[in-house]
Design a protein around this ligand. Structure first.
Ligand SMILES: [Mn+2]
Length: 325
């Protein structure tokens, strides 16, 4: 006895014959990087590892290895069985259960590695550290505690998670632990500069044009005491941008706006408006909860159904109810 949870997880993976790794439904640099890092180790061990993702891997992650082991067609789950399933960066137990429910064969052992405060600590073994700057930082500890060599591929995967969740060491998740982890990964050969450029800087011209429109629209939102902007469905169509580009906008605004709280509203295809709030020192979870949403103290949101965004004379945009089609 006396084994740490990360050592116990290692034992389960060593014993696994058909490991399946599951990244959070919201695919990002952290969920993908952490899963691919562990996949690299399992490949070294000669395990037939597979990685289930909710969607194809965006082009910007092209520097990450083992993409051939990833699949995203949920029907494919029915054709395989797994004895050990590891979920990464995923606090949504229902999503993991849904994935496992589609597998054939016996129920697998479930390992849960995450840093979200909302993780209900599911699984046979879980390691949920809400102070960790990224799930990749926990996986970094997994490698170190189990004395597994960190090659340059693994280092790059883990570095991607750190830069994604800390917005390249600029947001409030940036801690001493994050910087120590990052420097160790760079020493281990992580392609740091390239990762930052690919994940966080390479914005397309249409995306930047949309950002330009969003910057022109900035106004002070009295109710939320926030600097706000918005994106309409028409903007998405005009500029042919995706959701990810808008997430980039929120991060950008939070890093440059001279105000504690920001708010980005966007019309969604379902006929509603998604309101995302971020703050450095306030509590936006309270606003989100009051409107039927949720999230973290510093990043939260909610959706107002059957609504659209209408500009008003004073520069502010307003939510206007619209009839259900
Ligand atoms: Mn994360």
């Amino acid at each position: 006895m006396g084994y740490s949870v990360l050592e116990q997880m290692h034992e389960k993976l060593i014993a696994a014959e058909r490991p399946l790794l599951v990244a959070d439904e919201r695919l990002d640099g952290d969920s993908l990087g952490s899963a691919l890092a562990v996949a690299d180790y399992l490949v070294q061990l000669g395990k037939p590892v597979k990685i289930f993702l909710s969607e194809p891997i965006p082009e910007k992650y092209r520097l990450l290895p083992h993409q051939d082991l990833c699949f995203f067609e949920a029907e494919e789950l029915e054709k395989i069985s797994a004895d050990v399933v590891v979920s990464f960066d995923c606090s949504d137990v229902e999503y993991v259960e849904k994935v496992i429910g589609r597998l054939s064969g016996i129920k697998p052992i479930v390992l849960n590695i995450d840093h979200h405060i909302t993780n209900p600590k599911f699984g046979h073994l879980y390691f949920v550290d809400i102070k960790a700057p990224a799930t990749c930082e926990i996986v970094h500890r997994f490698f170190k505690e189990n004395k597994i060599e960190i090659n340059h591929e693994v280092a790059t995967c883990l570095f991607c998670g750190l830069i994604f969740d800390t917005t390249a060491f600029s947001n409030d998740a940036t801690s001493a632990v994050a910087l120590i982890s990052a420097s160790e990964l760079l020493l281990a050969g992580a392609r740091g500069g390239e990762a930052i450029r690919l994940l966080l800087k390479n914005r397309s011209i249409p995306a930047l044009r949309l950002w330009g429109i969003a910057l022109e629209r900035l106004w002070f939102h009295e109710e939320y005491q926030a600097i706000a902007t918005c994106i309409t469905l028409n903007d998405f169509e005009t500029f042919e941008v995706n959701e990810e580009d808008v997430d980039g906008l929120s991060n950008f605004l939070q890093s440059v706006v001279d105000h504690d709280t920001i708010c980005v509203m966007r019309e969604n295809k379902g006929g509603g408006v998604k309101v995302s709030l971020r703050t450095h020192n306030g509590d936006v979870a309270a606003i989100a909860r009051a409107n039927g949403g949720g999230g973290h103290t510093k990043a939260a949101g909610f959706t107002v159904p059957n609504t659209r965004l209408i500009p008003s004379d004073n520069g502010a945009w307003k939510l206007e109810p619209q009839a259900i089609l």
